[in-house]
Design a protein around this ligand. Structure first.
Ligand code: PAF
Length: 283
């Protein structure tokens, strides 16, 4: 596996692949790989003939209250793991390589950035859209793979690709979960054993809503499903609901009725310290 740090070099490499007629699949990441990332890499390998992973902790998607410096990093470990998955190249630039001191451009999506996680993280999704645009331009992939756990990020990137006519197919990978239902996340490593147990209430809240919806005698309204999930989570000590909502998985528009595309999405703070998100289809 090639490790690349320079933009010119990644342009040259992927340009060469294109000339050879390779189908390039990109997995954009911020590193600190867990099984979720490795599954994205496996899916990527099955979708093309060259797999490239980018590893870049993007400073412009962190807010002033979010600790960029504390974001976990271990390039050697990540490099080994990507290599074991048969990835062809890992693009891991330093921040100065991606952002010149004069950098001042933002790619900004209006409606889709606003609700859910966007409400609490102003500027975050502009930072994501901007870096993903840069990564797409540098590596010109045919396909890019993103996890469905970041529901809003995935919907935003799909929208951006359509709006800006990127000739790139966006593929979502289903959420990877522990046996007990906890969605994999780099942030799980911040949880104590007791907090990890408490954190199960996120997936359980979605599971309960889904059971209610799938019950054929169900007449529960969307508002009641949301209220039920909030009450369930709040009954767990140390859990503070950031939001619980039911939206269309593509547009993120709030739903008034439940259909095949209705997703319950939620964010919960555990002991005021670790903010976790999860989502799941209701039908
Ligand atoms: O999901 C992530 O890890 C990041 O938001 C992404 C897509 C790599 C952009 O920095």
């Amino acid at each position: 596996m090639k490790l690349i740090e320079k933009s010119e070099e990644v342009v040259r490499l992927t340009g060469g692949w294109r000339e050879e007629g390779r189908r390039i699949v990109l997995v954009p990441t911020m590193g600190w790989f867990h099984e979720g990332h490795l599954s994205l890499m496996r899916l990527a390998r099955s979708l093309g003939t060259r797999t490239i992973v980018s590893l870049f902790v993007n400073p412009i998607q962190f807010g002033p209250r979010e600790d960029l410096a504390a974001y976990p990093r271990d390039l050697d470990r990540d490099r080994r793991l990507a290599e074991q998955e048969g990835v062809d190249a890992l693009f891991a630039p330093v921040a100065e390589e991606m952002f010149e001191p004069e950098f001042q451009t933002r790619v900004s999506l209006s409606r889709i950035s606003r609700g859910l996680c966007g409400a609490d993280r102003p500027g975050h999704f502009d930072g994501v859209a901007t870096i993903v645009t840069k990564l797409f331009h540098l590596m010109t992939p045919h396909v890019a793979v993103f996890g469905e756990k970041d529901l809003q990020q995935l919907a935003l990137i799909r929208r951006m690709v359509r709006d800006l006519n990127f000739q790139i197919e966006i593929v979502g990978h289903p959420i990877v979960r522990e046996k007990d239902g906890l969605a994999l996340s780099s942030r799980n490593s911040y949880l104590t054993a007791a907090e990890r147990q408490t954190a199960l209430c996120l997936s359980q809240a979605i599971g309960q809503a889904r059971d209610t919806v799938r019950d054929s005698s169900n007449t529960t309204s969307v508002a009641d499903l949301i209220a039920g999930a909030i009450a369930f989570i709040n009954a767990h000590e140390g859990c503070q609901v950031d939001y619980v909502t039911i939206v269309d998985r593509w547009s993120l528009a709030p739903g008034t009725t439940i259909n095949q595309d209705s997703v319950m999405a939620l964010a919960v703070k555990i002991n005021g310290r670790v903010r976790l998100i999860d989502n799941g289809l209701l039908l």
